[in-house]
Design a protein around this ligand. Structure first.
Ligand code: GLN
Length: 490
C-alpha cells in the first residue's frame, strides 16, 4: 500500500484495521518530503517532532481502544501565515525572521485536536501577496507537474505539498484567490468558505475584510472533512459567523446531487482566456449537464471593475495591517540605526520585499486625505455592486461555474517584472472574495501540452461558487463533478 496516496477515509479505515500506524504514516510523508522537496521546495520549515509526537498519541489511543478524532493521524501542512505555537511563523518575509508565536491559530488548534499531524510550514508569497509564490522572501516553490513552472500563489507551497504527496491535506489563506488559483495550477482541490465561516484568529492579517483560511486536498471529500473541523463560530474572532455548521461530509455522494441544479455560466468569465482552458471548462459544464444539471447563461456586469476594486481595498487594508512591523514587537530589527525613526525606516526597508512595499505605498495613497473618496470609498461602492451582481444571479441559479485561472501554470520568472500582469492572474477569483461568497477549485482536465517545446500537459481548474453559507451545495456539486470522471484534455 502506498502510504502517501491515501484519502482521509482510507487513513481512518487503515488505522482502525491496524494496516499501518499513524507513526508509519507520518514517517512515509517525511520520506517523501526528503525525496522530493529539494526540487519542489514547498516547505519553509519542518516540524518532525511535533508531527511524530501527535502520531504516537494517536497510536496510543488506538492501542487503548479509545475513540479517534476525525482527522486522526492525517499528515497536514500549514501555510506559514498561520501561527503555530513554538514553531517559527514568517509569512515568507524577512521581517518576521526569528518570530516564534506564543499561541496557535484556531484553525491549526482545531486540526490538531481532531488528530491531524502537522508536518511543517509551507512557502508562500510574502504576506500572501502574489500569485506565483515568487514573492517569497526566501525562495521560490516549483510546480510538481513541471518544475520550471510556478505552483500559483500565494499559497503555492500548500498546493504543491498536496500535489506532490508530501501532505494529505494542507491549509492556505485566500484573500483574492490564493487557495483556488494554486489549487488549479497544481491540479488539486482548494476551497474558501463564506467570509466568516472559518476563524481568522491567528492568521496573520493581510486584508482583513477579504482574508479567509481554507483547505487543500486531493479530493473534494478530503477538503470537506478538513473544512468540517475548522468551520464554525470562534469567540476569539469577532467576525467569525454564528451560523450552524451542517454536516458537509454526510451531504456528499447523493445519487441525484446534480439533478435540476441550475448552473450559472457568466459570459464575462469566458472572454480573453487561454482557449484550451475555455474548452476544458465548457467540457466540464457539459459533464454537469449530462448528470442532470441545467445550464443557465448569466451576466455579472461589474466583473470588469473587480481587479481595480480589489487592489485598492486590499492594499488599503494591508498598509494599515502591516504598520505593526516596526522592529519593536516582532522578528527582524535593522542592526544599525541612529534614532527611533531611523530604526523603523531601516527595519521596514530591509525586512519587506518589493511587492509588499509597493502595496503599502499604494494603500497609503488611496487612504490619504484628498484621495480617500476618489479611490477607497469608490472601491467600496464598486464592491457593493459586485456583491449585488452575485446576489441577483443566485436568485436564478444554485451555483456559478467559471475557469479558476485564465492561464495554466506559467514559467518561473515569466511575470515577475510585470506586477500588473501578475495581478491579472486573479481576474476570476477576486470577485468572490469581494462578495464574501464561498468558492472551490476542482481539477478539470489538462492542457494538451507540446512535446516539441518540452511542455507537459498542465492541470486546469474549474471554479464553482455558491451563495453565502451554501457550502453544502458547493461541495455536493464539486463532489458529483469529480465523481462523474476526470476527462482528457479538450
Ligand atoms: N494574488 C492576489 C494578491 O496578490 C491574491 C492573494 C491572496 O489571495 N492572498 O493579492
Amino acid at each position: 500500500m502506498e502510504l502517501t496516496q491515501l484519502t482521509i477515509d482510507a487513513i481512518r479505515e487503515g488505522l482502525a484495521a491496524r494496516k499501518f500506524s499513524a507513526e508509519e504514516l507520518v514517517r512515509a510523508h517525511q520520506g517523501e518530503i526528503e525525496r522530493k522537496d529539494k526540487d519542489v521546495r514547498a516547505y519553509l520549515s519542518l516540524s518532525p517532532e511535533r508531527a511524530l509526537e501527535q502520531a504516537r498519541k494517536v497510536d496510543r489511543q488506538i492501542a487503548a481502544g479509545e475513540k479517534l478524532g476525525p482527522l486522526a493521524g492525517v499528515p497536514v501542512a500549514i501555510k506559514d501565515v498561520l501561527l503555530t505555537k513554538g514553531l517559527a511563523t514568517t509569512c515568507a518575509s524577512k521581517i518576521l525572521k526569528g518570530y516564534v508565536p506564543p499561541y496557535d491559530a484556531t484553525t491549526v488548534a482545531r486540526l490538531e485536536s481532531a488528530g491531524a499531524c502537522v508536518l511543517g510550514k509551507t512557502n508562500c508569497d510574502e504576506f500572501a501577496m502574489g500569485s506565483s509564490t515568487e514573492n517569497s522572501g526566501f525562495f521560490t516553490t516549483h510546480n510538481p507537474h513541471a518544475l520550471d513552472r510556478v505552483p500559483g500563489g500565494s499559497s503555492g507551497g500548500s498546493a504543491a505539498a498536496v500535489a506532490a504527496n508530501m501532505a494529505v491535506a494542507s491549509l492556505g489563506s485566500d484573500t483574492g484567490g490564493s487557495i483556488r488559483q494554486p489549487a488549479a495550477l497544481c491540479g488539486v482541490v482548494g476551497m474558501m468558505g463564506t467570509y466568516g465561516r472559518v476563524s481568522r484568529y491567528g492568521l496573520v492579517a493581510f486584508a482583513s475584510s477579504l482574508d479567509h483560511v481554507g483547505p487543500f486536498g486531493r479530493s473534494v471529500r478530503d477538503v470537506a472533512q478538513v473544512l468540517q473541523i475548522m468551520a464554525g463560530r470562534d469567540p476569539l474572532d469577532s467576525t467569525s459567523a454564528d451560523v450552524p455548521v451542517p454536516d458537509y461530509v454526510a451531504a456528499l455522494g447523493g445519487e441525484n446531487d446534480l439533478k435540476g441544479v441550475r448552473v450559472g455560466v457568466p459570459k464575462e468569465y469566458f472572454a480573453g482566456l487561454n482557449p484550451e482552458i475555455g474548452a476544458n471548462i465548457e467540457k466540464g459544464i457539459d459533464l454537469l449537464v449530462k448528470q442532470g444539471a441545467r445550464r443557465v447563461d448569466i451576466s455579472l456586469p461589474h466583473t470588469d471593475y473587480a481587479i481595480a476594486c480589489y487592489y485598492i481595498i486590499c492594499t488599503a487594508e494591508a498598509s494599515s495591517n502591516l504598520a505593526r512591523y516596526d522592529g519593536v514587537r516582532y522578528g527582524y530589527r535593522a542592526p544599525e540605526y541612529s534614532d527611533l525613526h531611523d530604526m523603523y525606516r531601516k527595519t521596514r526597508d530591509g525586512g519587506f520585499g518589493a511587492e509588499v512595499k509597493r502595496r503599502i505605498m499604494l494603500g497609503t495613497y488611496v487612504l490619504s486625505s484628498g484621495y480617500y473618496d476618489a479611490y477607497y470609498l469608490k472601491a467600496q461602492k464598486v464592491r457593493t455592486l459586485i456583491t449585488r451582481d452575485y446576489l441577483e444571479a443566485f436568485e436564478d441559479v444554485d451555483v456559478i461555474v467559471t475557469p479558476t485561472s485564465p492561464i495554466p501554470a506559467f514559467k518561473l520568472g515569466e511575470r515577475v517584472d510585470n506586477p500588473l500582469e501578475m495581478y491579472l492572474a486573479d481576474i476570476y477569483t477576486v470577485t468572490a472574495s469581494l462578495a464574501g461568497i464561498p468558492g472551490i477549485s476542482v481539477p478539470c482536465g489538462r492542457t494538451k501540452g507540446d512535446p516539441a517545446k518540452n511542455e507537459p500537459p498542465l492541470p486546469v481548474g474549474m471554479q464553482i461558487l455558491a451563495s453565502h453559507f451554501d457550502e453544502t451545495r458547493l461541495l455536493q456539486v464539486a463532489h458529483a463533478f469529480e465523481k462523474a470522471g476526470r476527462f482528457e484534455a479538450a
